[in-house]
Write a protein that binds this ligand. Structure first.
Ligand SMILES: [Zn+2]
Length: 283
């Protein structure tokens, strides 16, 4: 019986269904930083949920308020459909997010209800106050998700998830560290499709803010090619080193598109073997 048990235990370990929850301040933030990784998880049968902590109701130059919030919720839903994941938009106002106790408890509820193994969030030193406070809110929840007497209506988690930060370019107080780099070459078009669902952002608001509205192609295929060109990053040496560590020299050197994550000091601290269990695409 013992060998059989070991085989079954091995199968169980390999088919562990992972539960990933990603937080962004606005309905498109998770997509920018993690849509490729989300698509890889989903295609392997794992469960992914994106949560926008605000409803995005000021992110446009021609519309705002409930009409914009409704439009962006529909875009998020379409992005989720294309990725094969869930998406929820919380009803906090865009541009006005604060790390209050109420919102912290909303975050705790979300992480507990999803029974998350992995939680993704922005670092708390981003340029945008909503991004920054989303980072703070998730940090503030990182220990509290295991405290049963807090938010008692949703059972506390018995094990703390691994908390990871998205990549950014901010250097102070410390630059982003790519502890994990995921090759997304096989799903880059799915990622572009998810961004393409956020029409109000990638083809209207963000180019308008940058003074580049006239550069946006009019035809659907041209738009996606333009997104792929302008919304992907060059691989810097620290990211390349991380890709080589996780994938070995052949795939590590060949990778063109990636998403990277930094392990937060709060929450569970995974060793290399645990990271490979949590990110089964790293091979
Ligand atoms: Zn944002």
């Amino acid at each position: 019986m013992k060998p059989l048990f070991l085989i079954l235990a091995g199968v169980t370990a390999q088919t562990e269904k992972l539960r990933v929850i990603a937080f962004g301040a606005h309905p498109d933030d998770c997509d920018i930083r993690a849509a490729g990784t989300a698509r890889l998880f989903a295609s392997m049968g794992h469960a992914v949920k994106f949560v926008s902590v605000t409803n995005g109701d000021v992110g446009h130059h021609e519309m705002h308020g409930p009409a914009l919030a409704q439009r962006r919720a529909a875009e998020a839903k379409e992005s989720a459909r294309r990725l094969g994941i869930e998406y929820e938009v919380l009803d906090n106002h865009d541009g006005k997010l604060l790390p209050t106790l109420d919102v912290r408890e909303e975050i705790i509820r979300q992480i507990r209800k999803w029974n998350a193994d992995i939680v993704l969030a922005p670092r708390p030193n981003d340029y945008h106050p909503d991004h920054r406070y989303t980072g703070v809110l998730i940090q503030d929840a990182a220990y509290m998700v295991v405290v049963p007497s807090l938010v008692p209506e949703v059972p506390a988690l018995r094990k703390n998830p691994v908390f990871l930060y998205y990549e950014d370019n901010f250097q102070r107080p410390n630059p982003f560290r790519p502890d994990i780099a995921v090759s997304i070459d096989s799903v880059i078009d799915a990622k572009i499709d998810s961004l393409d669902a956020h029409v109000s952002q990638f083809y209207e608001w963000l180019p308008w803010v940058d003074g580049r509205l006239s550069e946006v192609p009019k035809d659907p295929a041209g738009r996606k090619a333009w997104l792929k060109r302008t919304r992907t990053r060059q691989i810097n040496p620290t990211v390349r080193a991380s890709l080589l560590k996780w994938y070995g020299s052949e795939k590590g050197n060949a990778t063109q598109y990636y998403e990277a994550f930094e392990v937060c000091e709060y929450g569970a601290q995974p060793n290399e073997a645990r990271i490979r269990q949590l990110f089964p695409m790293l091979k």
